[in-house]
Design a protein. Structure first.
Lengths: 198, 198
DNA sequence: AAAGGTAGTGACTAATTACTCACAAAAGCG
DNA sequence: CGCTTTTGTGAGTAATTAGTCACTACCTTT
């Protein structure tokens, strides 16, 4: 029983936060509405006052993730596009380390069949992400900061792959704390591939 | 009702194949024992004669995957270690394209809590994979085929990340057919990072 | 061909889980 | 304060699903 009632907006936000917290230690596919409610000190029924169904909860989580992550990307600063790319990479890693539940949920949504809502969100997020990376790479090439010959789509795929691979390897090891240490060296290697001057 | 009874071994093998087939189009977390049985023209009860529980089915799938994939890696040929690395990459992509259910199952197992059987298998597979990549990179460096300065652990992480990222992006797009086309260009970029002479 | 072991059946169960709804109580507004 | 709106309760329910088991039918071996 909640000491204080929350407004609908606040309750929804709290739900998203709770779900992400739970996902840090639990397989998202195994998270039940009962578990979420219990964690929030609320009954199960209360959840369905704010979300039409369980899917809507996942959709809200994905929404929050996309909004927050993209906002942080857009807040990134740096003199050269390469510096901004590096900052973006670090920002993303930091986000994942502080919210380990997020990649788990993301991967879980990706598993859904057909065109499920959650999957569409992930797709949109990845597309927006890719676009930002591509733009920075294009800018870098225009400024001759990277080799003229760089295959930009391939480089964008590799950039995304670095983050995703790192996240997967962290999940496999059940340890996200080592990510920041590896990430710098990984980005250096990426720069070598682009022919960035040092 | 099955036209012919199968031996226990054959039935287990058929089950693994069926599950991988189902996972190509269905979220592994949503695959039920009833579905598996139906697909095999067998009753649900029959499955539990060959597997102690559902977990055991996933474990068998992971076993098959690890064995098959590693065997293909070890069968790879090429004059230089770099050529072998490229062949390994292509082999993996080819495997994923012909068995799209496999990465989905793998990602699903990775989601499990704690030290679930399936997760341990994935972990072992990834470790064995990483070891092979590391060995080839070390060999390449010894033969001066790649820059002396290459950060081998980072390069191994990047190699795994390329495959995993590619698989994830294919899952997001629900389209595995474009993978081979991208993979060659991706590997070229990887070589640039290593400083491979062309 | 008879026997014995093995694969498969089919009907069952116990547990879980998303979702509902009539009612209660808190919040906020004039 | 008194009234309305909105949030939360608690006790459901219907559906799904992994796993069981006594029995049957097939296959192989001698």
């Amino acid at each position: 029983m909640p000491r204080t009632k929350l407004s609908a907006d606040a309750r929804r936000a709290a739900t998203v936060e709770t779900v992400i917290g739970l996902a840090a230690a639990t397989n998202p596919a195994d998270i039940t509405t009962a578990q979420i409610a219990a964690q929030m000190d609320v009954t199960q029924g209360a959840l369905f006052r704010h979300f039409a169904d369980k899917q809507a909860i996942w959709a809200a989580v994905m929404d929050w993730t996309a909004t927050t992550l993209l906002a942080r990307f857009d807040a990134v600063t740096g003199v050269t596009p390469i510096e901004r790319l590096r900052a973006m990479f670090a920002t993303h890693i930091d986000f994942v380390v502080t919210h380990p539940g997020v990649p788990r949920i993301l991967f879980g949504e990706l598993q859904r069949d057909g065109d499920a809502l959650g999957k569409m969100s992930v797709r949109a997020l990845m597309a927006a992400y890719r676009e930002r990376v591509t733009n920075l790479l294009t800018e870098a090439k225009a400024q001759s900061l990277i080799a003229e010959t760089v295959d930009i789509p391939a480089a964008a795929t590799m950039f995304l792959g670095m983050v995703q691979g790192l996240a997967m390897q962290a999940m496999a090891a059940s340890d996200f704390t080592t990510m920041p240490a590896v990430s710098g060296r990984l980005f250096d290697l990426f720069c070598d591939g682009l022919g960035v001057a040092k």
